[in-house]
Structures are given as structure tokens and as C-alpha cells.
Design a protein around this ligand. Sequence first.
Ligand code: GAP
Length: 445
Amino acid sequence: MAANKKAPDTMEKLVSLCKRRGYIFQSSEIYGGLTSCWDYGPLGSELKRNLKTFWWDSMTNRRDDIEGLDAAILMHPQVWHTSGHVDEFVDPMVDCKTCKARFRADQLAESRCPKKPSKSPLECGGELTEAKNFNLMFKTFMGPVEDSSAVIYLRPETAQGIYVNFLNVKNSSRQKIPFGIAQIGKAFRNEITPGNFIFRTREFEQMEMQFFVHPNEDDKWFEYWREERWKFYQELGITESKLRWEKHEEDNLAHYAKAAYDIQYEYPFGWQELEGVHNRTDFDLSRHMEATGKDMRYFDERFTEKFVPYIIETSAGCDRTLLTILVDAYDEVEIKGETRVFMRISPKVAPIKAAIFPLVKKDGMPEFAKKVYADLNKKFKVFYDESGAVGRRYARMDEAGCPFCITVDGQSLEDQTMTLRDRDTMEQSRMTVDQIIDFLDKKIN
Ligand code: GAP
């Protein structure tokens, strides 16, 4: 077997596999598609749901110092003035006077001219306008009147929903500092240059956690959360050598941050941000306190005076993490002159945990296999397949990221055991259905 991992055309192959196997489809495809919007199919939606559960378990259920929240996407428009997003959530952009295409002024060298794709807008000869700031927030109107008093924004980050609920969560949960609030939800950004499949889109989901700490302890918690978030990707099975930290230098810090590090992944299109860990200081709570007059300061018997908590934020893109899982899992293997694709997705998040095959469609094997399917299906997402040669069935499940295939054969009817084949080690072992349930439980949970 010769492995040929991560060839330059991996993204093209991945996009095509995602469509063919039902992970991800272009949005509104039958109408010609909507740029930068993607729909998750049967395998993709299951993978995404598993990823969100994995994050939620790790950030809330397995900890007693973090509470969950599910805030509305639409918020009072003043929130975005207070947070600084109306004035500062901008990218500089330029227009080409010849072809009318629009580019990020700070990414001209990496951009491609739509008329001459081999050239960047600096090389194609088109004259560019002066750079103008372009606000990335989507606007709409609330209610029947479409005037400026009815303007409302689609949130560009989930974090603000957490800050405006800080007092509600603190008071109702009786958490004491340090504690966190976690949320998963949609965010929208009118990106000038979306692209690279689901890497940068205009509608996406974030998995964010805001940890409220005493101002004297911000550096300690910042380091703590950097370590925790690194471990998260290890637990998810992402190749460690493909991850690295990137520090935001002073001139590249967001308007709210004192310190920021990105976890980057080496995608087929280069090293790019996967998640950010930020020290947002007391910027957000102080601004909301000032704007609303609500006292966001914290006090309990352990402290001598009231203080506005500092916030350590961990901010991951759900879609981007899913892309990372897919890219990292993609593996091509040459078997007997045929190139086979294995999606080596961790059993913890794999869309289908096991497939059950009768070796042949006779001699009582389908009946036995269907009974095994019914037993496993009570606990796990499993799949029954009896169509085609058994080798083809294995190949289909390898592409679907299914970590285990269980084959019922003649011996199964005699001793109740069947063969469980591990996608990644190719090891095969005979087990009863109870042993398989225990085995899957350990691998998944
Ligand atoms: N609350 C802080 C915040 O939103 P960010 O660095 O702008 O920080 C956090 O975004 C994460 O959200 C990124 O690391 C990325 O994973 C994801 N993200 C941001 N913009 C995205 C986009 N246009 N498409 C997909 N994911 C995006």
C-alpha cells in the first residue's frame, strides 16, 4: 500500500467526494448555486451535530465552571454600536475599474483577477480605486417599515449574546468568578473574499466560550485556555504536526484584544486560522455597562473591591473545524492498482459509527445481521448494507468515514460471533454483539 496524502488537488477531490457521498452540497445548486453558501447533507449534518456535541461536552457538560447559553441571532442594534462593530468591523476594499471585481486591499497579492485568473489584481493591468472601508455586518429591517430606525444586524459573532447575558447567567446559575459561558450558533459576515469551500463563508457557525476572571489573573487563565484548546484538537484526532500557534502582533490585534493567539492548521491552501484565543480584557463589559447603566461589576467575599471581570475568549468556527476534520481525515491508498479513499474520521465524531454486512444474501446471514443492526441501532448510528460485493461495501463505508465494519458469516450462526474490521489498522477480530457494544462505547465515548 502506498499512501499519497494531501496532494495539491486535495481540495478539489474533497469537494467532489463531499458532494458524491452526501457530506456537503452547494447551496441552491439547482438554481446555479449561491456563492459561499453550503448545505450539509446526510453525512455532513451528522458529522456537524457530533462535532457540536463533542465541543459542548468538553466545554460545558464535563466542567462545572461553564454554563451554556443559546442567545437570539437578532439583537438590539445598539449592541453593535457599543461593541465597536459598527465603526470598526471593517475590511479595506478596492474595486477594479475595468472588470468591476472587488478585492480586499490587504490581500491583493493573494487574490486572482476573475478575467485573468493566472494574474493578481496588481498584475492584470486593471486600474484599482482608492481603498474604502467596507463593514462586514449584514443589515436587515425589523418589522414592516424599511427605514433607518428599523435597521437590525445579523450578528457577526456569538460573543456579544454572552456579554449582554452576563448578569442573567451569573445571577441565575450562582456561578462565582472564575466561570465561563459557552454558546454555539450562527454568525454572518459579508466577507469580500469568501472561499476555499467551507473555510471562509458568509454564513457560518461559531463555538465560543467566554471565561470571566479577576483582572489580576488574566494572564494565568489565558495560558490555561490555550493549553485546553490545544488538547481539544488532540482529542479530536487532528494530526498534531499540522497545528501551530500564531501570535497576533500589536498592529494586528482586534479592536477589543490585549493579547491573541490563533491555532492554525496546515490546509492544502496553506497555514490558516482555525481558532482564536483572545484576552478581551474588560473592554466588552465596560462598554455595555457604560451604554446601559447596568452595573456589570463583580464582588464576593473573597475580594476587597468590586471589579469589571476580564474575559478570556476561545472562539472556534464549527464549519472550519469540520473542514479541518475532513482535510485531516482524507487519505488515498493504492490497493491492487486501484486508488481507494479512506476518510479517517475519529470514531468520536464519525457520522456513522459502524456498518453491518451479511457476507452473502442467503443461509440466514441477512436475518442475523439485521438483528445485530437492530441491537446496535439502539445506542449508535449504524448502517446496514447487503448490496454488492463485500469489498465494495467496505470501500463505500471507508469513504463515508465509518470506522468499523462488522461482517456476519457462516460461523456467526454457530457461535454468535462476527468479524469487526478496524478501518485504520485493518485488524479484524471476532466478537459477540455484547462485546461489540462495549467496544464501540469505549471508542466513541
Ligand atoms: N468572537 C471573536 C471572533 O469572532 P474571529 O477570529 O473573528 O473572532 C473566530 O472568529 C473564528 O470563527 C475563526 O477562528 C474561524 O474559525 C471562524 N470564522 C470567522 N470568520 C469566518 C468565516 N467567514 N467563515 C467561516 N468561519 C469563520
